[in-house]
Design a protein around this ligand. Structure first.
Ligand code: BMA
Length: 320
């Protein structure tokens, strides 16, 4: 039900300019964060080099399809204060909140995977605000507003040990915070469904506010095929006033690897939604049902795909 853009993949490693000596002929670009900023679509790309090092690089577009990639590595000012060695900063999710754009990033550290937070107002300078030391987790996404005075975040605790790779998880948890830095888990909003398409799950892009509730795209991993895991995208809906309450969840995926660039690459069989842009909302910030949604996703951990749909279609998929 998502429509792949005819120009997919919309970003490949061929479009990443050399940023010597750090980025030269990189291996891949994937899992971008996305936001609408001053009428333009901004992506924060995950660029991976042949040394398997990860850098964040910005891209900018007027139409959301044709991107110009900046010749500059995004540096999160103050990240050294996090202490210890940080191996990778990746999979940024961007939320506009109280006039700033916040990035929740995954950080591979000596202690494990942690969620870090950075803020920017202009996409020129990025201020690192802190790291959540208390949690082994990934796929953190902030809500675009406070609810009941609290900041809210969806996150994916890494409690499963697959034995042959990084820790993973099968729950999306709602957490709350008075200050964006200290977080308390409120409860599980969705669990993996063993034997079906979404056995392990984690948040995709930040939730979208609609009159029907918080619309949320997540990724699900089918692990029962043995030789390969299949990453797909699905939708769920959370209650507007109490987002710890699941209102609806689609039973089928809405995007699965089918095209060659999704089936073949660095990690085969992966579509990994990480950014969403909705252009039309009403006066109170609710996305209009007829509004188009641009969904950016990593394909096979190698390139960036774009799939489009409408808010109304996504809401219908939640109830199917
Ligand atoms: C997940 C994350 C993503 C990645 C995906 C598929 O666990 O590491 O960054 O895109 O696996 O490899």
């Amino acid at each position: 039900m998502l429509r792949r853009h005819p120009r997919n993949p919309i970003l490949t490693r061929a479009q990443i300019p050399a940023i010597e000596p750090w980025i030269v002929d990189p291996t891949s670009v994937f899992n971008p964060g996305a936001v609408l900023h001053a009428g333009r679509v901004r992506l924060v790309l995950r660029v991976q080099t042949r040394g398997r090092r990860t850098h964040l690089v910005m891209a900018d577009s007027a139409d959301g399809v044709d991107f110009t990639v900046e010749r500059r590595i995004v540096s999160l000012e103050g990240i050294e204060r996090a202490g210890g060695e940080i191996f990778h900063v990746y999979d940024p999710r961007i939320t506009r909140l109280e006039g700033s754009c916040y990035l929740v990033v995954a950080m591979d550290t000596e202690a494990g995977c942690r969620m870090g937070l950075a803020r920017t107002r202009d996409f020129v300078s990025f201020e690192f605000l802190g790291v959540d030391e208390a949690r082994e987790a990934r796929n953190g996404v902030l809500f675009p507003e406070r609810i009941g005075g609290r900041y809210l975040r969806l996150e994916r605790p890494n409690r499963l040990d697959p034995g042959d790779g990084p820790l993973s998880g099968d729950e999306i948890v709602l957490a709350e915070s008075p200050d964006l830095l200290s977080w308390r888990a409120v409860g599980v909003v969705a669990r993996g469904r063993p034997r079906y398409w979404d056995e392990r799950i984690g948040s995709g892009p930040p939730p979208i506010k609609t009159r029907a509730g918080w619309l949320h795209i997540y990724h699900g991993v089918a692990t029962h095929f043995g030789s390969v895991h299949i990453y797909q995208a699905g939708v769920l809906l959370l209650d507007l006033e109490d987002p710890s309450r699941l209102v609806a969840r689609g039973s089928e995926n809405i995007l699965e690897p089918r095209e060659p660039y999704e089936l073949v690459g660095q990690v085969p069989n992966v579509v990994f939604p990480s950014g969403i842009v909705v252009r039309r909302e009403d006066g109170e910030g609710f996305a209009l049902p007829e509004s188009e949604a641009l969904i950016y996703y990593g394909a096979a951990d190698t390139c960036v795909g774009l799939a489009t749909t409408t808010i109304a279609e996504l809401l219908a998929a939640c109830r199917r």
